[in-house]
Design a binder for this molecule. Sequence first.
Ligand SMILES: Nc1ncnc2c1ncn2[C@@H]1O[C@H](COP(=O)(O)OP(=O)(O)O)[C@@H](O)[C@H]1O
Ligand SMILES: [Mg+2]
Length: 269
Amino acid sequence: MSAAIASATTAAEPFARILGVGKSFGEPRGRFQTIALQAVEYDIAQGELVALLGPSGCGKTTLLNIIAGLTTASVGHVEIRGRRVTGPAEDVGFVFQTPNLMPWRTVLANVMFPMEILGRAGPAAKARARDLLAMVGLSAFVDQRPMALSGGMKQRVALCRALIHEPSMLLMDEPFGALDELTRMEMHDLLLDIRRMSATTVVFVTHSISEAVYLADDILVFSARPGRITQRIRVTLPYPRSAATRYSAAFTQLERQAGTALGVVHPDA
Ligand SMILES: Nc1ncnc2c1ncn2[C@@H]1O[C@H](COP(=O)(O)OP(=O)(O)O)[C@@H](O)[C@H]1O
Ligand SMILES: [Mg+2]
């Protein structure tokens, strides 16, 4: 095969593949066994934002941890760029529900932490950390401790920390769930801006229908435990998305579709 054909083939391949993933906790068939996930199958396209939408306890965090290589699947596996995930992947950034900043470190030092672990904490990394903090509007706070920041600001620091090593994939586990609504909407636009600039592939866990519709290219709706994908919703809302997007008829229609798939909106309502 010529090099040109080989690279064209690679470009068409999904960025990541979730292949028949299931997960149980506890003794197999034991009294306390929990089946968290069942037969999850999905291809993640390069540069897309996929939202995992489902009720509490349906296995969203478990699936994200399996993609990150932090948890092993009981059956099936995940591939990233054609390689099977067997442990924590360096090429991934993770944002959790809570910022988990180290209170004794400055904002800049918190963002630099992953680079220290990777042994790459030189001046170039520091400059990048400052650039990221500027991008999220925190230039004035680089030398402050987390205590001086609001919840939204802390989560912006956590986002910079997840991006500092230029991961090709960002995994986000209900990252804005604890924020007030206005701050959450600001964070949505910030995330969409970051994506536009970096073409990062994002897997975003949420139980908020409107958040999933606003952010995603693709929504995977999960059933209650054991979590299975019950519906895939393609979100064709144009970019850039803005406040006007949230009030469009197409947005409401997608919210209704997702709500129906979740069983919270009656199809005839
Ligand atoms: N380490 C664990 N040991 C036992 N059960 C777990 C563990 N992690 C998750 N579970 C169970 O698996 C199910 C899915 O959990 P989780 O992935 O956290 O759901 P979600 O993030 O959608 O709320 C839940 O019933 C939870 O109690
Ligand atoms: Mg969770």
